[in-house]
Design a binder for this molecule. Structure first.
Ligand code: C2O
Ligand code: CU
Ligand code: CU
Length: 537
């Protein structure tokens, strides 16, 4: 029972004594459930079946002169109606009309072009009714600036843009999501997010594949009485819903065989962080972080998972008899808003495996040594430059700032203002500090994979000892990260991944290998603008 439910019962008891107090529990109830759904329409944990996001096939495959394979994909962003709740339909905006969007899966070394069509209505159908000017970011890919989803590089409804992705990086779990200026939070929350999985040979040998390699897109939502999504970001502090979704399904149940599974967990919530653990008390074996496999497996009882971070974990169900249920739980972290069932995420029901399972040991163990990566070899001594950033709530017009500036200042400078200007392929250490006890800020640096050197002067947590592109800057934390800026030149964003913070306006940019007045052949807005889309559907 949650604390507030207990309080509610106490107050309810008082209410019997003094009639005037009866109103107290009623306000408490409405403050405690973010959704306005009737109890009949409100989903309950572990009633719905788990499902994977759909997969996307290329529409065409071509080859460059040197033999490099290029996969061509087409995605149309559309308004659609989704069955998220058991009894009511929910309007969403989705890549190909689904939430999550379809998963793109390919091998390192295969390039891709995603023909991204904006077939959304001109204005968002709910809330702020803003213009649906989108920009698509492939989060975790070192993409050229003009294809990186720069916030102001927008594609208007009726237009399309071909995004080119190099996919030269090692195996990793990445994701694509909307990044449209000022309305990223509403657009992602409405459904514009999907997974993108990059494989390589080493990873295919080491870790479970196919049926045993499972994407988990975790998010939270609140619903209006009619089943539509509700939105309340509490004056841009954040949105904390009372319904936890995994791949768009409330608290699903997945059938698993008694063996080792790999879960690629993406926190796609716009403001909620999680602390995952298993009801069985057994460890989660963390094998991958944002930028791919870690040097060594880290087995932990629970781990803190901020927005946009990806953690790949192995879970070993082999000791469970068919019929056993193991729950994936959320112990939460400071400065989230929790509700009665936000401590639950999903359940695994162990079922009998095939008769020959024991004779197929492939991937059915927990490897200890994994993969070295360039980022994990960087040290403080490699750095040419140290920079410091403060994430703060202090703005007069826009509340959230980094070193006192906002994205508004970048816009006002005609996109020239940059807060760091690393040389191409140079290494830098960035210290990022949050002096507040009231907020946490998962900070994302585009383009690079970094290594976390220290957290408040101590070693980073076990689960974050792998290549990263988002770092959780918790309450009163100071974190040092080291990274190499390349292989591309040009301007890239850095921002908090609490999306209402990003939109208002905790975001700045850095410029790699170019001076402020140099001509920029990779201008993120002008080098590859969107085109009019004359396809009628
Ligand atoms: Cu996941 Cu700049 O975003
Ligand atoms: Cu990114
Ligand atoms: Cu923030």
């Amino acid at each position: 029972m949650s604390v507030s439910r207990r309080k509610l019962l106490q107050w309810g008891g008082l209410g019997v004594v003094g009639a005037g107090l009866v109103t107290v529990p009623i306000t408490t109830v409405s403050a405690k459930s973010a959704s306005q759904l009737s109890s009949r329409d409100m989903p309950k944990p572990f009633k719905a079946a788990f499902r994977r996001p759909p997969k996307l096939d290329p529409v065409d495959i071509t080859y460059e002169d040197d033999g490099t394979q290029v996969n061509h994909y087409t995605i149309a962003m559309r308004q659609a109606s989704a069955q998220i709740l058991p009894t009511k339909k929910t309007g969403i905006l989705g890549y190909n009309g689904t939430f999550p969007g379809p998963t793109i899966e390919l091998d390192q070394g295969t390039k891709s072009v995603v023909h991204m069509r904006n077939r959304l209505p001109k204005n968002h159908p709910q809330w702020s009714k803003h213009l649906l000017a989108t920009s698509t970011h492939l989060h975790g890919s070192a993409t050229l600036p003009q294809y990186d989803g720069y916030a102001n590089d927008v594609t208007l409804p009726g237009f399309s843009k071909d995004y080119q992705y190099p996919n030269f990086q090692p195996a990793r779990t990445i994701w694509y999501h909307d990044h449209g200026v000022h309305f990223t939070a509403q657009n992602v929350y409405s459904g514009l997010a999907g997974m993108y999985i990059l494989h390589d040979e080493v990873e295919k040998e080491l870790l479970p594949q196919g049926e045993f390699d499972v994407p988990l897109v975790v998010s939270d939502a609140m619903f209006a009485a009619d089943g539509s999504l509700a939105y309340d970001d509490r004056d841009h502090s954040g949105l904390w819903g009372d319904v936890i979704l995994v791949n768009g399904v409330p608290w699903p149940v997945m059938k698993v065989q008694p063996r080792v599974y790999r879960f690629r967990i993406l926190n796609a919530s716009i403001s909620r962080s999680y602390r995952f653990s298993l009801s069985s008390g057994q460890p989660l074996h963390v094998v991958g972080t944002d930028g791919g496999l870690m040097p060594a497996t880290q087995s932990v009882g629970n781990f803190r998972h901020g927005m946009a971070e990806r953690y790949e974990v192995l879970i070993d169900f082999s000791k469970y008899k068919p019929g056993t249920r193991v729950e994936l739980r959320n112990l939460s972290n400071k400065n989230n808003r929790d509700y009665d069932f936000t401590g639950k995420v999903m359940a695994f029901d162990v079922v009998a495996g095939p008769a020959d399972m024991k004779s197929d040991p492939r991937w059915n163990h927990i490897p200890t040594t994994l993969v070295d990566s360039e980022a994990m070899h960087l040290t403080e001594d490699d750095a040419e430059e140290d920079r410091r950033f403060r994430v703060e709530k202090d703005g007069l017009v826009e509340p959230w700032t980094i070193n006192g500036v906002t994205w508004e200042d970048v816009i006002a400078s005609n996109f020239k203002l940059a807060h760091a200007d690393p040389k191409l392929n140079s290494v830098e250490v960035w210290e990022i500090e949050n002096k507040s006890g009231g907020w946490f800020h998962p900070v994302h640096i585009h383009l690079v994979d970094f290594r976390i050197l220290s957290r408040n002067g101590k070693a980073p947590y076990a689960w974050e000892r792998g290549p990263k592109d988002v770092v959780y800057i918790g309450e009163n934390e100071k974190v040092d990260v080291v990274m190499r800026f390349g292989p591309h030149q040009g301007r890239y964003m850095v921002h908090c991944h609490n999306l209402p913070h990003e939109d208002h306006s905790m975001m700045f940019q850095f410029r790699v290998g170019l001076g402020e007045d140099d001509e920029d052949p990779w201008d993120p807005i002008n080098a590859a603008p969107a085109e009019f889309d004359d396809d009628p559907d």
